[in-house]
Design a protein around this ligand. Sequence first.
Ligand code: ACM
Length: 529
Amino acid sequence: MSQTPSIIPIPVSCRLTGGAPFALTGQTVVATGGEAALRGVAAQLAKLLAVTVAETAPAGGSVIALGIDPALTPKLGGEGYTLSVTAKGVTIRGGGAAGVFYGMQSLRQLLPPDIERFGWRAGGGATTVAAVEIEDRPRFGWRGSLLDVSRHFSPVAEVKKYLDTLALHKLNVFQWHLVDDQGWRIEIKKYPKLTSVGAWRAATPKVDNEPVSDGIPHGGFYTQDEIRDVVAYAAERFITVVPEIEVPGHSSAALAAYPHLGNTDAPGYAPVVQPRWTIFPETYAPKPETLEFLDNVFTEVLALFPSKFIHVGGDEAMKEQWEASPTARAFMAANGLKNGHELQSWFIRRTENFLAKHGRRLIGWDEIQEGGLAPGAAMMAWRDVKWAIEAARLGHDVVMAPTSHTYFDYTEGTAEEEGGQIGAHTTLEKVYSFDPLTGVEPAYHARVLGAQGQLWRERMPSLSVVERRAYPRLSALAEVVWSPVARKDFADFRTRLNLLLARFDRLGVNYRRPRDSAALAPNPMAHQA
Ligand code: ACM
């Protein structure tokens, strides 16, 4: 009977050789082979294990050797790796540094959870790693997680902790939802009121009684230095930060700061940083000063985020104010735009041009398709994967982020179990069952960049609640986007999960304990497969 080590996401191939294990001690050295690109990975691994780094391995010593081997890339891609553990030593090789980093995450999961707190001492003097041969590569290149910091703010330390947990799962895209009706969270030097005014709301609906306001001001924002710090921290963990700056809707906070940029001639126009959860009629107005504002904001955003993709939202833009504004109506008539949907697409196309001129690519929610999709735009499907299936057919890159499987603000239990919150009942098993390629014809599979889990934070005031909603469902999604379909097996995942949950305990990462009987099983280092 073969055994499978408890690694999540499960590797492409993983074989316990039955050989003698590797002994991790205080004398173990992490060796980079002099490879400068691996210094950061080596430092992180050495810190985790509480051992030292060396350029060259001491002969006959206890060594974890890291190496880059471009010859692996044709077979394993830019993010693949091999991990070999024998009594003599550990070797992790990747076609690039990202692969070595992912090999390190697998090695971490071969070690007892106490490694997270005690390093090599975790085993009480004898910390061993089972002899194993692993070859691995991700199924998808976009393995994403969205965190909404507008509805509730998280300071930098919390964002970093969140990124640490993504890295453990080999997730590699962090979509940072920085802007919404309820708060603007990124410093823009040219427009200081975006944060002095737009980052603060007067009150928040009570979590358990939403018609009632808590009456407590809420806010916060990231300075540009803090943004750079987070982007660098993510990069060290091979995570790309994709900023989301909403255009043309979800713009109440920006318009509260600079009201003249909105549809000032629409009846009842009075933008505020919204203290309630719903969608609001405010949209940017199609006029020169607003377009200049957007260009200036994106110019600063591009200087902060090296990501090829920039997310421009584009969802849930209400068309009422445009229809009611003589200025917007005149603009639509002059530009041959039949309705608000086409004006919405005009905004997106214009932003796409701006980004393309600066060597970047636009991605937006599926509504950006409704009035015609800009030629180079990528699309993230949230309402239904059918939008992405159609966009892929039309030649667009897509990311699957449907409410049906990847909205982790939807509760995992029934409404009754969850105290009456959104009772969408998106169970762990349902998330695990998701396949981003379902319904996509093989000819268009390459258009599916991957999938992403969403954490909208209307009802998640603290990081602890965020983690409880995220985990372990995001662990299941990590396996969806990393592992081959043939390796997926929910019962097996569920067993492997016990060890990951024990690791969360050591890391102080909150999670929702599964309600099934397997949760009561002991945490074996390796289980019978
Ligand atoms: C969304 O949930 N409005 C993308």
